[in-house]
Write a protein of this length. Structure first.
Length: 236
């Protein structure tokens, strides 16, 4: 039995059995099934995830300071259990693996900081950077004021163009919120409730090899300009 308190060995790649685990979990998304297959979760999901977090933790400082890579659940490994309290979907487990590498100090929830993210499902790999939602009101207000600021707003535009406008996400409002200038030249940016960029791709062959951390790092580096704009904006 693997002791989860031990440091993981070097990342060697995920095993194909992980994708089988995802497919079977999707078809049997019940606590009884999951507990009966916990050994598969440990071997194919959790242990290689911890190894990957450690490997990326060695690479990510090249993109900036204070990027956190914590190889544990509720650290950089998001829990496989779903929060069903406010969801119509009551299935208890996610059928994908989420990793999160936040940048800067986080008092309370680390999702209140910008970060790099990784999502692996049976169908695709998504790598991204930024904030899915400005969960704190002061962060949202700070973002909106930056959009309206001539210098910061121009820097945002350049950062977004650098990563690729087609990769930028987070615009959720149908119209500019009340009290903000709908005729502003950057009005579309005021319709954002979050700001992030992502690259989605089919499952790469590197997934099963030690080359995966470098592939992730290379994609994160492409998205770093938008991440850095947010880090600079929201620094304490």
């Amino acid at each position: 039995m693997v002791l989860l308190t031990e440091m993981p060995v070097a990342f060697r790649g995920f095993r194909p059995e992980l994708l089988t685990f995802f497919d079977l979990l999707a078809a049997n998304n019940r606590r009884e099934w999951f507990h009966a297959h916990r050994a598969d979760y440990q071997e194919f999901f959790l242990e290689p995830a911890r190894q990957l977090v450690v490997a990326l933790g060695d690479l990510l400082p090249r993109l900036g300071p204070d990027i956190h890579a914590e190889p544990k659940v509720h650290g950089s490994i998001l829990a496989i259990t779903r929060d069903t309290r406010f969801s119509l979907d009551k299935t208890p487990y996610k059928t994908h693996l989420d990793l999160w590498f936040w940048q800067g100090d986080a008092i309370g929830l680390n999702r209140e900081r910008p970060g790099y993210f990784f999502r692996l499902s049976a169908q695709s790999l998504i790598l991204g950077a930024g904030m899915h939602a400005f969960s704190a009101d002061d962060a949202l207000e700070c973002y909106r004021q930056a959009v309206l600021d001539p210098e910061l707003g121009q820097q945002l535009k350049l950062a977004a163009e650098s990563v690729g406008m087609d990769r930028v996400r987070g615009r959720t409002y149908k119209r500019v919120p009340h009290g903000l200038p709908a005729d502003h030249p950057r009005a579309d940016w005021l319709r954002h409730s979050g700001l992030y960029a992502e690259i989605e791709q089919p499952l790469p062959p590197e997934l099963y090899t030690p080359a995966l951390p470098q592939l992730c790092f290379d994609q994160f580096a492409r998205l770093a300009p938008l991440q850095q704009w947010l880090v600079d904006l929201l620094h304490d």
